[in-house]
Design a protein around this ligand. Structure first.
Ligand SMILES: Cc1ncc(COP(=O)(O)O)c(C=O)c1O
Length: 373
């Protein structure tokens, strides 16, 4: 029957999303109970205990507020942005989809980077857009000149995650300002700040730097990473203006953010201290892990996130299997030219130690192969 059904070719031909392996799957594959899940950039410290207290107020029999009025008001206070410019999503991934649906037409052009975040390619392609991928520089920082060159095509959207997923660095104030100045008026800048809370102090706040830019923009943030609410699915878009917010809102499903997620996000915002403490522990661990990886002579990219992008010097899928056999889930990178890179999330200190021990074994095996021993 399905062979006569005409599928949307833009969707049927999409590349798969490279999702981190689920813990239950890893348990059943390895037979190990103790799994270190270091693939999906979650917060190893969980979420604020106040979130769990707030959830006792939930009435599951009622529909959630489709406009997320209370959460948008809380975000408006925190960010000093009018609530009419904020749209809340079922994760920021839904906002990526809604922005594409609101802006793109078949054959629109979208610029992004490689290596990049999968959905910055998948969602534009699902809408029939053509993707132009700009390679990161040799040191895996942003290649500003190449990005500016690509902007001459006047794309409909430029998607950038800064701090970058999967690499880790962020655009500095100067770089971001130079880029903003070059963005054509007809191009929408989507600055994806999923890892905003982990950035270095000197890295600018995209919402502030874009405020008076006169450009069309969307800044994306999420509760999945620093706030520890990945399982509940809540993220948001800050738009340059109300008209754009309205279009993005029309492109989402009406009751997109469930009641649990809305209550949890408001409670999480009321306990920012808890989040800041967790972020401080994670960033200290990240820097410790980077020093350890460096000590093995392996390349690790600069990171202002809660993960590291490492060249392990062998096929990333083989590396993934190696770590899995030690009860550790990491993410193998699969984009062309980066097939020897893995991305590892910063976990609890004991999990990070376990990762380093397994990395040492992998590296020792490879050295033996290289020296023919
Ligand atoms: C750069 C980036 N943007 C968006 C997302 C989506 O996050 P969520 O949908 O959980 O808010 C992620 C998740 O990994 C990400 O890394």
């Amino acid at each position: 029957m399905t062979d006569v059904l005409r599928l949307n070719p833009h969707v049927a031909e999409l590349p798969p999303y490279n999702a981190g392996m689920n813990i239950a799957v890893a348990r059943s594959l390895t037979g190990l109970a103790d799994i270190a899940a270091l693939a999906s950039n979650e917060n190893p410290y969980g979420c604020s205990p106040k979130v769990k207290t707030a959830l006792a107020l939930l009435d599951p029999s009622r529909y959630a507020d489709p406009a997320c009025v209370v959460l948008r008001a809380a975000l408006s206070d925190k960010l000093d942005v009018a609530p009419d410019r904020i749209v809340v999503g079922n994760g920021s991934e839904e906002m990526i989809a809604a922005v594409c649906r609101a802006v793109l037409r078949p054959f629109s052009t979208v610029v992004t980077v490689v290596p990049g975040f999968g959905l910055h390619e998948i969602e534009p392609r699902a809408n029939g857009a053509k993707i132009v991928k700009v390679a990161m520089a040799k040191d895996l920082g942003f290649d500003l000149d190449a990005l500016m060159h690509a902007l001459r095509r006047k794309p409909s959207i430029i998607f950038l995650s800064s701090p970058s997923n999967p690499v880790g660095p962020a655009l500095d104030g100067d770089g971001l300002s130079r880029l903003i100045a070059e963005i054509p008026k007809e191009t929408l800048l989507v600055l994806d700040e999923a890892y905003f809370e982990f950035r270095d102090e000197k890295t600018p706040d995209g919402i502030k730097i874009l405020a008076d830019s006169g450009r069309s923009y969307v800044v994306l943030r999420t509760f999945s990473k620093a706030y520890g609410l990945a399982g509940l699915r809540v993220g948001y878009a800050i738009t340059s203006d109300e008209r754009l917010a309205q279009a993005v809102s029309s492109a989402k499903t009406p009751f997109n953010v469930n009641a649990v997620a809305q209550i949890a996000a408001v409670a999480a915002l009321e306990d920012e201290n808890w989040m800041r403490h967790a972020v401080a522990k994670v960033t200290a661990e990240r820097d410790r892990m980077a020093r350890q990886v460096n000590s093995l002579g392996l390349f690790v990219a600069e990171s202002q996130t809660n993960f590291l992008f490492i060249n392990v010097g062998c096929d990333s899928v083989a590396a993934f299997e190696h770590f899995l056999s030690h009860g550790i889930i990491i993410k193998p990178w699969k984009e062309p030219r980066f097939e020897t890179f893995i991305r590892v999330t910063v976990g609890l200190p004991a999990e990070n130690d376990r990762f380093f021990e397994a990395l040492k074994l992998l590296n020792a095996d490879l050295s033996e192969v290289r020296t023919g021993q």
